[in-house]
Structure formats: C-alpha cells, structure tokens
Design a protein around this ligand. Sequence first.
Ligand SMILES: Nc1ncnc2c1ncn2[C@@H]1O[C@H](COP(=O)(O)OP(=O)(O)O)[C@@H](O)[C@H]1O
Ligand SMILES: [Mg+2]
Length: 443
Amino acid sequence: MDARGVKGITIAIVVAVLVMPFIYHKHLKCNMSAIVNQVCSEYKAGIVSGSLCSDLCEQNSIHLGKCLSTVTDKKIYDGDWKGMQVIVKVNMSWFEEFEKRKNITDNHAVASFEKELQSRVSTLFGDCPRCGELALLLATLGDGNSDGVVIGSEARTFISLLQFIEPTMLMILNDSKHTVDFYGYCGGLYALEKVPKVVSKEFGAHWEPVDISFLSYGDPFQEMLNEFLGGVRNAVIFAMQYCCAVLNDALNLTRYHIFATLFQMLSPSKREKFELAYSMLDATLEISNNPYGLVRQCDGHLGNFGITNNASVKIIDLDLTYPHVFLKTLLEQKKCVSDEECWAGNSEGCFSLCNTSSGFCTPTTVVQGVHIICEVLFPIIFRGPNILEPQGHNTTFLTKAISKLGLFCSKLPVVNSIEDLRREILAVKRRLKTIEIRSSKKC
Ligand SMILES: Nc1ncnc2c1ncn2[C@@H]1O[C@H](COP(=O)(O)OP(=O)(O)O)[C@@H](O)[C@H]1O
Ligand SMILES: [Mg+2]
C-alpha cells in the first residue's frame, strides 16, 4: 500500500473513532420507537394500560417526529396526535418501577390502588385540607379506559407513573394556564402540549438547535451545522452590539436599514421582553395557586419555560417542580456538614442551610422562585445594549433598573402562604411596570 493509501485509512480510522461514540450516544437517546413497540406489545398482552394506549397502539394516531432528548434515560420526542402538535416523553426508570409492582393483580388492584394514591398524595402535599379530592382526581385518571373499574394493569401502570414528579405534577396542575397541558399516558409514556417557542432559544444566552428539515434531528451533521449557525448568529449580534457600544455617537447603526432589520430579526423587542417577564412571574404564582399547596420550581432556567402563541409562559419541564411539603422533607432528610450540601433539584434553585449541631439540612429554603426569576433570569432577558435603542443612556437605564430590581427582590423574604406570595409578586410586577414606562419615555 502506498503512502496515500495509509494516510486515507488513518483518516478514516480517526474519523470513525471520533464519530462512532457520538452516533452510539445519539442512538441510545433516540430509540423511542423501540420503546413504543415494547409498551404496545405489553399493552396487547394486557400487562400495561393507559388512556392513550388505544391511540398509540391500535389506532396509530400518534406519530413521532424529532428526537429532543438531552440524556439517555429520558426520551423526548415531538410528534403529532390527531393533527395536534405534541411532545411524548418517557423516563426509562419507569420500567424499573413497573417491575417492582408486577405482583399487583386484578384481585388486589382496588385496595392497593387507593392506599398507594393516598400515601403518594400525603408525601407530596402532607395533610392538606383538599388532599382527599386530589386522591379522587388521581383515581379517575388511573382508570385508564374510564370504565369505572380499576384492574391490575391499570393500578400497576399508574402507580408506577406516579413515582415520577413530572407526569404527576402535570396531572395535578393540569387546570393551570402556566403548565403545558397533559394529554394522557400509555405505560410510562406520556403526551403533552407542544409550545411553539422555548424561552432560552428566543431570549437566552445560547443559540439552540434550529429545524433543518432535510436532516433528521439525531444527525451528527445537523448538530455541527447548528453549532456553526449558532456561532454565526451570536457573533453577528455581538459584533453589532460591540460596534454600537464603542461607536455609539459616531455611528448610529439603526440609520442603516440592513443592520436594523437584521438585528430585529435576530433579537426580541423590549415589549416582548417585558411581556415575558410579567408572564414568568404569573407562572411562578399560578403553580402555587392550586387547591392543594404551594409548589416550587427547583430547576428554573430559561430552557424550562415555553411561550404559547398568545405570548403566555408555560413551564415545560417539571422534573424538579416540587410541592413545598415534599421539598421540605427532601431537605430535612439530607445529612450535611456544610451549607453546600443542602439543596434539592439543581443546586441554585432550592437550597437551605446546614444545621451543624443536628447534622441535617434545615427544611426551609433560602430563596424561592420569585428570587431566581428576578435576580438571575431577568438580567439575562434584559441584557443590553440593544442597537435599536442606540441612545446610550436608555439601554443603560434599563440594565441598571433591572439590576436595582434584583436588589429589591433579594430583600424579599421567603414566604409560606399564597397570599404573601401574591403580594410579593404583585410588588415586583408594579416595579417592573414602572421600569417599562420610564424606559419607553426615555426613547
Ligand atoms: N412541551 C414542549 N414544547 C416544546 N418543546 C419542548 C417541550 N418539552 C420539551 N421540549 C424541548 O425538549 C427539550 C428537553 O426537554 P426537557 O423536558 O426540558 O428535558 P430535560 O430534562 O432534558 O431538560 C427542551 O429544552 C425543549 O427544547
Ligand atoms: Mg429541561
């Protein structure tokens, strides 16, 4: 073999070594159709059930689209259900939970079902006045085919599903305007409303994948292309903002139609930013404004909020959205030697302090949702300067006012009642309104 041949083979091996693990990982994250086949064959054998099983396995009215999973143990796809855009999810640990409950037979179903529902409800919301109603609501949802009788496969399936916070909280908060609608489940798979926009993609710090229809989502080439396009977009915005900041008076970029149009296409307007901010505050209040007890989002980053067609914010990822009672138990059961160990969800969202004399974390968190939104997320959303408002003092005013608002929020106490939470959120919204009015007057 000549030198060129050796070189060719070496390049092929290097490419294979670099690309193969990537493709393999993608394959593990994006094998939902194999899981659907497994669940459907168990449904046909009478082992699992669920309100969507007939549509998924018999009518074939759910069609999977792109793979959106970020990790291998939680499969996420978009898709279509009777002409509606949906998201289909499954947490792979559901199969382990289901395995543990295989011994629930038709004879034992009713008794164990009611007992399990009551115990799950009290783990989540404690001894709440309307917890009985919640257990009844869940009992109705657990009767997969709605025939008024709960059989073994329904009890096994539904109790296993209730071990997961996201589907459980989606069902409990399904009346809320600020969580995505829960459409139903089959085995561990569940379908929800797909929102047209994810906040981090429109307002966030990083570019996220775009649709390139001729490539499948799991394609490594598309990922590279996305990274590249994202880089270009961020570079264009950065360069324009930089030029504008440096040459503010000498060069007003908005005079050049092409720049103004390009910037407008790439970034949201000030009005959209304020609308988003108000609606995020409403979402934080509304998830707690339910009949059973206060609720906390312990993973409140911009990628977990979506925006509907009528500009309303909906929470799209509820894996770490906990009722207060549940969160308190999680924290107080944690052993610790320092404060750094006392958190639930992600470490920034719901943290408490370490009681070094008892060696356990304190049950009450140091901050809550309104603090994270106001102090961490607002500065990202309102980050300036914006070349469409090139008068330096205006963008500076907005950035300064938002950081002052953050300071105000940092002094708000952590509250434990819906009335106090409503009062705090109203106070933040009022201040935000004043900032909006002042910043538009300065234009
Ligand atoms: N209801 C939804 N509507 C639109 N996109 C969604 C929805 N749910 C998830 N996604 C997309 O899938 C991604 C991952 O979903 P998410 O539930 O946040 O999972 P993870 O636990 O991996 O963060 C999101 O960032 C978003 O891009
Ligand atoms: Mg997420």
